[in-house]
Write a protein that binds this ligand. Structure first.
Ligand SMILES: [Zn+2]
Length: 75
């Protein structure tokens, strides 16, 4: 007889929970993302960081400007 307790342990949340978006630190305001290839791959797109961050619309990766990086602002 299988107890309810054992069933709860077996259904580990790691299998069901959506993966948190990957956070990538970059040193430039424009980054290219192609999803890293494989199952998550997508056509390469260029993202421009806004306020030090940009999110890829394809794979939900979050790009953030690495702390301490100075970016030349265009006039
Ligand atoms: Zn992407």
């Amino acid at each position: 007889m299988t107890s309810v307790k054992e069933l709860c342990v077996a259904s580990n949340s790691a299998n069901n929970a959506p993966q948190p978006p990957e956070i990538i630190e970059v040193e430039e305001l424009v980054v290219a993302c192609d999803g890293g290839g494989g199952a998550l791959g997508h056509p390469r797109v260029f993202l421009t960081l806004d306020n030090g961050r940009a999110e890829c619309g394809y794979c939900d990766r979050l790009f953030i400007l690495k702390a301490g990086v100075k970016v030349a602002r265009s006039h």
